[in-house]
Design a binder for this molecule. Structure first.
Ligand SMILES: NC(=O)C1=CN([C@@H]2O[C@H](COP(=O)(O)OP(=O)(O)OC[C@H]3O[C@@H](n4cnc5c(N)ncnc54)[C@H](OP(=O)(O)O)[C@@H]3O)[C@@H](O)[C@H]2O)C=CC1
Ligand SMILES: O=C1O[C@H](COP(=O)(O)O)[C@@H](O)[C@H](O)[C@H]1O
Length: 535
């Protein structure tokens, strides 16, 4: 076992002292079966859950134990670990109840207490993790019900919340105030066993409760790698500013539409769904200053600072689109789950963030995201300036690409002499493709990594309340204009399976992006006709 794995296990052991109950609220839902339970199984299989663990699913749906297990394990990729899956099932239970009813929560609490007693968990170690795999409409009643009835009094409480965290600044602040009154960002209180037992002994324990706002992009391997790349390499550290970088693109492309999710999506649109959270989080990691340490608060302080330097996005710096049917694929408005058949909700957006600080003034950060595009791809592309007074004429600009998914990679496009007798400059790349470089690579799912962080009490990859507030300030004026169908808002059509609206090429050009991929630039090289490289 590697020392890194042992270190993580030791951190969990230290935090939880061997015992925890994980309560998945919304256990009958989509997120729970597709992400939460597979991630919990991954952690169990790899020995990251404490020995004394119990997983309790909670939801309104009435189902028996067998039905529950069938539901929550259907997306688990078991491979050779069939025995482990059986063990995992043995630590999982289900309790059904309402989301707004104290009696239901008291029943849940009773169930957990009985399980804690059966497992022989001593007082002070009755740790509880509440994972809210729930729609935002019930966040507040559930948090209230938990606080009143199920909150651990002899251990720690961790509340894990999923996006969306509101619809704009106002609703997000409302949610933050309501949740903040129940579960503070970081709270330590004291449990006085002496008072409870009417004994005059000095036996006071600390109980802490914490809130973890998940943005699952922060759990992705290549997003976590951004800080290492930037701050562990002298080369990148020095070239990472307006002197060298011309423009930055952060791109999210999905090759499928909203099929089946039209009801949810139509209320949110692509900016709230992906850009204001996932892509902005990536931007902050790319743009922030070096934190004073790798401590979670030090990192989040720097993220907030850079967000404070970003002006609200202007509608003029935006390109919006909605997909239409093509090649037998339905357009957005044909989605059966969509109620408003005249919807003007954007399914594609490119927005430009400007960071007014010494490092980045004048460098546009283009965030673009779309559904029903030509490929699946999420990447960051830093394009560097042209070489001044270039000896070799118009050689292509350098680009550093961090490909988040699929096929994780970091590659630098650069210019090189064509091998052989020629003195021509050709474009090529320094290529770190993870799947070729690392043998038997196994990259954990983002949720697995983030739940592990919850258990070992590392807040670095979660969104802090002030970070969220600044993020909404950047997008709220633009979102309100879009929601109000302001006369400046134009939604351009694009075909299902295309690169986006036809205006995209000119849009990125306007912000300085040069697509100078040469005809002789090909990847991977084995696909190149060998004679093409000869004189
Ligand atoms: N390790 C690896 O896996 C490596 C892979 N490669 C591969 O080599 C190929 C070329 O690499 P690279 O140059 O980085 O990527 P691309 O040529 O795919 O994209 C470069 C940029 O050009 C834009 N673009 C793509 N197609 C068009 C078009 N038809 N018209 C206008 N703009 C376009 C892209 O925008 P948008 O994304 O919005 O379409 C992107 O901003 C890619 O397939 C890449 O994945 C290269 C090096 C290493
Ligand atoms: O949060 C969301 O993310 C997914 C994309 O996540 P990924 O891990 O598959 O890249 C997106 O499809 C969805 O619309 C959005 O709500």
């Amino acid at each position: 076992m590697s020392s890194a794995v042992q270190l993580l296990r030791d951190q969990v052991a230290k935090e939880l002292q061997g015992a925890v109950t994980i309560i998945v609220l919304g256990a009958s839902g989509d997120l729970a079966k597709k992400k939460t339970y597979p991630a919990l199984f991954g952690l169990y299989r790899n020995g990251f859950l404490p020995e004394n663990v119990h997983i309790v699913g909670y939801a309104r749906t009435k189902m028996d134990h067998e039905e529950y297990l069938k539901r929550v394990t259907q997306y688990i990729k078991v491979g050779v670990d069939q025995d482990k899956l059986e063990e995992f099932k043995a630590i999982a239970s289900y309790v059904s109840g309402q989301y707004d009813d104290d009696a239901s929560y008291q029943n849940l609490d009773k169930f957990i207490q009985e399980s804690e007693t059966q497992r022989g968990i001593p007082s002070g170690r009755k740790n509880r993790v509440f994972y809210m795999a729930l729609p935002p409409s019930v966040f507040i009643p559930v948090a209230k019900g938990l606080k009143r009835n199920v909150y651990a009094k002899e251990g720690s409480n961790r509340l894990v919340v999923e996006k969306p965290f509101g619809m704009d600044s106002e609703s997000s602040n409302h949610l933050a105030r309501e949740l903040g009154a129940l579960f503070t960002e970081n709270e330590v209180s004291h449990w006085k066993r002496c008072a409870q037992e009417k004994l005059l002994l000095n036996c006071c324990s600390e109980i802490f409760s914490k809130i973890y706002r998940i943005d699952h992009y922060l759990g992705k391997e290549m997003v976590k790698n951004v800080m290492n790349l930037r701050f562990a390499n002298v080369l990148f550290g020095h070239a990472w500013d307006r002197t060298y970088v011309d423009n930055v693109q952060i791109t999210f492309k999905e090759p499928f539409g909203t099929e089946g999710r039209g009801g949810y999506f139509d209320e949110f649109g692509i900016i709230r769904d992906v850009i204001q959270n996932h892509l902005l989080q990536v931007l902050t990691l790319i743009a922030m200053e070096r934190p004073i340490s790798t401590d979670s608060e030090a990192i989040r302080d720097e993220k907030v600072k850079v967000l404070k330097c970003i002006q609200p996005i202007a509608i003029q710096d935006t390109l919006l689109g909605q997909y239409v049917g093509a090649d037998g694929k339905p357009g957005y408005l044909e989605d059966e789950t969509l109620k408003n058949k005249d919807s003007l909700t954007p399914t594609f957006a490119a927005v430009v963030c400007r960071i007014n600080n010494e490092r980045w003034e004048g460098v546009p950060f283009i965030l673009k995201a779309g559904k029903a595009l030509n490929e699946a791809k999420v990447e960051v592309r830093l394009q560097f300036h042209h070489v001044a007074g270039n000896l070799y004429g118009g050689s292509a600009r350098n680009e550093l690409v961090i490909r988040i998914q699929p096929n994780e990679a970091v590659y630098m496009k650069f210019n090189n002499k064509q091998p052989g007798l020629s003195y021509q400059t050709i474009q090529t790349d320094l290529d770190l493709s993870y799947h070729s470089r690392y043998a038997e690579l196994s990259i954990p799912d983002a949720y697995e990594s983030l739940i592990l962080d919850v258990l070992r009490n590392d807040h670095s990859n979660f969104v802090r309340d002030d970070e969220l507030d600044r993020a909404w300030k950047i997008f709220t004026p633009l979102l309100h204009k879009i929601d109000a169908h302001d006369s400046d808002v134009h939604i351009k059509p694009y075909a299902y399976g295309s690169r986006g609206p036809k205006e995209l090429e000119d849009f990125v050009k306007k912000y300085g992006y040069h697509r100078d991929t040469k005809a002789d630039y090909q990847w991977p090289l084995q696909n190149v006709n060998p004679s093409a490289n000869k004189l």
